[in-house]
Ligand binder design. Sequence first.
Ligand SMILES: [Zn+2]
Length: 85
Amino acid sequence: MTESKCADFERLRSDVDAKLQHLIELTTLLLQVFRAGDYKVFSRYDKDLENSVGQKERAIGALRQHSIEHRCQPGKTEFMKEFNE
Ligand SMILES: [Zn+2]
């Protein structure tokens, strides 16, 4: 258990976690606005969602790159490679 405790990896992992959680919240909000038929507000949140997806992609990319370069996650590197391809 101690071998995989890399502070940087944990920080990057938390970042991906937070960004995925944010996507859930934003998508839920977007759905509510969509159902309410408020298309002006919808457009704004829809743009936010696009930006948030981009941020999530970068966070995953950073996590993947760290795990490959730092080799602090033995046994997980192949998985990290796969999910960005
Ligand atoms: Zn590391």
